[in-house]
Design a protein. Structure first.
Length: 204
């Protein structure tokens, strides 16, 4: 049976990962997750300082050809070696993650619905919609505590690339969604409806 591919998009800090975790909790080992963030392009040719200045919030920052190739392989029942992105060096790590095919494949990322080739491969398209103030506070906390960034660098990046790219690409892409979910995985009513829909499609 062809796996069910679920796309989860939304702005930075919107709650995409919380929703993904809620689905993993519900469907356990039936789920494989592919994170778009792991497919940032590799830039060994650039210095660390040059990599810091790149725009990581635009579609061209991603190696979408590789993601599509590996997603197609998963759908066809093949294992993949997913790349790993290291935020501390702004570059791809030498490590990879082995992902095995599962009945449910979740593709999570800010810009996945802005890319037609990715969007068209999703059987269910979900957009997590959260207030901008909440999103920036979550991003700042994550980048400072988990990724070792300074508050000043997070603020600069947000104003120079994150906010304008959200308005240009991410926000318009929610028109591609089958369901818009306010607050993501904490929206229990939407989550219950979604789980019922997934169970119905798996049974069919």
């Amino acid at each position: 049976m062809k796996p069910l591919v679920i796309g989860i998009a939304g702005g930075t800090g919107s709650g995409k990962t919380t929703l993904t975790r809620a689905l993993i909790e519900s469907f356990k080992t039936q789920v494989a997750v592919v994170y778009h963030d792991n497919y940032y392009k590799q830039h060994d040719e650039l210095s660390y300082e040059e990599r810091c200045r790149l725009n990581y919030d635009a579609p061209e920052a991603f190696d979408n050809d590789l993601l599509i190739k590996q997603l197609d392989a998963l759908v066809q029942g093949q294992k993949i070696e997913c790349p790993v992105y290291d935020y501390t060096i702004h570059n791809r790590s030498e490590e990879t993650i082995l992902i095995e095919p599962r009945p449910i494949i979740i593709v999570e990322g800010i810009l996945i619905f802005a890319e037609e080739e990715i969007c068209s491969r999703c059987d269910i398209k979900l957009f997590v919609d959260t207030d901008a103030d909440v999103r920036i506070l979550r991003r700042m906390r994550r980048d400072v505590l988990e990724r070792g960034r300074t508050i000043e660098s997070v603020q600069t990046q947000y104003l120079e690339t994150v906010k304008p790219m959200h308005e240009l690409y991410v926000e318009p892409s929610k028109r591609q969604a089958d369901m818009i979910i306010p607050e993501g995985g904490t929206n229990l009513v939407a989550l219950e409806m979604l789980i019922h829909r997934i169970n119905s499609q798996l049974s069919a």
